[in-house]
Design a binder for this molecule. Structure first.
Ligand code: GDP
Ligand code: MG
Length: 597
């Protein structure tokens, strides 16, 4: 296809504003998929994505469209991941296209993810077509929301297209706007091949499938290619496009988006953002800004039943094959036995992987407290990354510690603003900005990531009755007064519960932890001291008193079924407990103990 008849675009939206539904309508109304083959959310493939309504991996579809001017166009839609954990992948896929549809739910207005994603689109120099969706709903307020888009984002929304992705109203106008308002791609056919690796995933039949955007040159079946980040070379055995089913074609030219396969075994050998060129006569100038995403949140995953360790290893290895940003190494814990220390892009990423292990591989897991990556600057001038508080080196060799900071953007109806500010303040936040858009406030905070990883999002949702939206990006590493707090149960340190905290907040955190643990650990036949300590100095202490002999004694009266139930419950609870010295600690204690109220 000649460049003038190609349009490449993405759709940016806050979750639930209708991105997937709009994509479905565009696919359907152009006859890309026959009505009878149409299922909802064509582009959201994974089960977990569907259940949670989030798109994790970018997907793509090629749409053939005959415009009102009679010309035939190829429209390539790249569906970007909608979640902050995958910000790097979003920014890469944005660089593979020239324009964006900005979808805003006209009953809701602009939200935090709308902003985060639209700024990425603006950074990538996109032409942006604003779309007001859900106009079929009585609560739709197009004028107000258009004004808000202009106020908050600063783009002209006077011509915003009014759409119902549900009923199909405005879909034709959307297709015409794509053709008329978005620029065609540029590129040179005769130049050496330069293709961006936009995404890759594992397919059981074809092996690794690589999604590429051709910037310059032509990629043909049978070519020998080179990945510029690691100089690995491969033989291209298949080239094609998604409509959205795979369709093989002989070549991809400049401006086009499609896939290749080249007998690549693991997704880890293909890094998002890498440049692909020909082995011979290729370019020597890689695309700028290649910077693969690094895990920022780590936690330990241990099997509840230690006999399942090999199964867990197998599950983790399989998942890692298909996810270059998930890292793991074996870990042994005095308390939990053999397991893995795993690295994730963020909390959602962690949850998705943990769910998949439990669900697809049927392994019960103990997840230890998530921890961010700290930079430990040693006295000798060198720097180490700390992925696990248990590995904290002796303080005598440490000069100082740095922790990752984020820029958090929160949008909230103004009646909840006070609670949000208090929450951010409590989490060592520094306010950067506070503006209003109608009755909503937009606050920007500089926060330490370690204050956000446990339960910040849950707390935010609960203090705002679900009305706040939140998004963040990592900014930098900064020095602060951070210490390792250990937890001792019955005088034995439980390494899986140790954590890094800010010195000023250590007492409060320590006290909250030991109080929580006192409730979470069942009574035993003996007294159990529970302590929090920093470098041998106890900063908080509780004592769990010994159990009375008869566990059912508190079931006053003679209700036999109730007694039986209680005993059964205890038996079941046993399965999910681990022994620490002489003490059984239930699985949920590891996460619950770290949540703050
Ligand atoms: P996404 O998270 O942005 O991909 O949003 P979805 O496309 O999954 O849509 C979220 C919800 O809004 C779903 O229940 C859709 O059926 C619904 N929805 C999407 N577009 C419309 C619309 O135009 N009108 C109405 N009434 N509902 C819509
Ligand atoms: Mg979706």
């Amino acid at each position: 296809t000649d460049l003038a008849h190609i349009r490449n675009f993405s759709i940016v939206a806050h979750i639930d504003h209708g991105k997937s539904t709009l994509a479905d309508r565009l696919i359907q109304s152009t006859g890309t998929v026959k009505d009878r083959d149409m299922k909802e959310q064509m582009l959201d493939a994974m089960d977990i994505e569907r259940e949670r309504g989030i798109t994790i991996k970018a997907n793509t579809v090629r749409i053939d469209y005959t415009a009102d001017n009679g010309e035939q166009y190829v429209l390539n839609l790249i569906d970007t991941p909608g979640h902050v954990d995958f910000a790097y992948e979003v920014s890469r896929s944005m660089r593979a296209v020239e324009g964006s549809l900005l979808v805003v739910d006209s009953t809701q207005g602009v939200e935090a993810q709308t902003l985060a994603n639209v700024y990425q689109a603006i950074d990538a120099n996109h032409e942006i077509v604003p779309i007001l969706n859900k106009i079929d709903l009585p609560a739709s307020e197009c004028d107000r929301v258009a004004e808000q888009i202009e106020d908050v984002i600063g783009i002209d929304a006077s011509g915003a297209i009014r759409v119902s992705a549900k009923t199909g109203v405005g879909i034709h106008e959307t297709l015409e706007a794509i053709v008329q308002h978005l620029p065609p791609p540029t590129g040179t056919r005769d130049a050496p091949l330069k293709a961006m690796l936009v995404d890759s995933w594992y397919d059981a039949y074809l092996g690794v499938i690589v999604l590429v955007r051709i910037m310059d040159g032509v990629l043909k079946k049978g070519d020998r290619i080179r990945m510029m980040s690691n100089n690995s070379t491969h033989h291209v055995d298949r080239i094609g496009v998604f409509k959205p089913q795979r369709e093989d074609i002989p070549e991809l030219g400049p401006g086009e988006i499609g896939f290749l396969t080249a007998s690549i075994k693991q997704v880890r050998d293909t890094r998002v953002g890498d440049t692909i060129t020909h082995e011979k006569g290729g370019t020597d100038k890689a695309l700028p800004g290649f910077n693969p995403s690094q895990p920022v949140v780590f936690c330990g995953l241990f099997p509840v039943d230690s006999a399942e360790f090999e199964d867990l290893r197998d599950a983790i290895e399989k998942l890692a094959l298909n996810d270059a940003s998930f890292s793991y190494e074996m870990e042994t814990s005095a308390a939990l036995g053999f397991g893995f220390r795993c690295g994730f892009l963020g909390l959602l990423h962690l949850e998705v992987i943990r769910d998949r292990i439990e669900r697809e591989y049927d392994i019960d897991l103990i997840t230890t407290a998530p921890s961010v990556v700290y930079h430990i600057h040693l006295r000798d001038g060198s720097m180490e990354e700390l992925h696990n508080p248990a590995d904290m080196p002796d303080l005598s060799i440490v000069d100082h510690l740095e922790e990752p900071r984020i820029k958090a953007t929160i949008l909230v109806p103004d009646e909840y603003l006070g609670d949000v500010l208090k929450l951010c303040q409590d989490r060592r936040g520094i306010q950067m900005d506070l503006t209003y858009a109608g009755t909503r406030a937009m606050v920007v905070y500089d926060l330490p990531l370690n204050e956000v990883v446990f339960d910040f999002y849950d707390r935010l949702k609960s203090v705002t009755k679900g009305y706040a939206s939140f998004d963040y990006q990592l900014t930098d590493y900064r020095q602060d007064n951070l210490v390792k707090m250990s937890i001792l149960v019955n005088d034995e340190p439980v390494d899986a519960l140790s954590m890094m905290v800010h010195r000023d907040r250590a007492e409060a955190r320590g006290r909250a932890m030991v109080e929580k643990l006192k409730d979470l650990i069942p009574r035993h036949m003996f007294k159990i001291p529970i302590q929090a300590a920093i470098g041998g100095k106890v900063i908080a202490r509780e004592t769990l008193s010994a159990m009375r002999k008869d566990v059912t004694a508190k079931c006053y009266g003679g209700d036999a079924t109730r007694k039986k139930k209680l005993l059964e419950k205890q038996k079941k609870g046993k399965k999910k407990m681990r022994q620490f010295g002489k003490v059984d600690i239930p699985q949920e204690a590891f996460i619950s103990a770290l949540k703050m109220d």
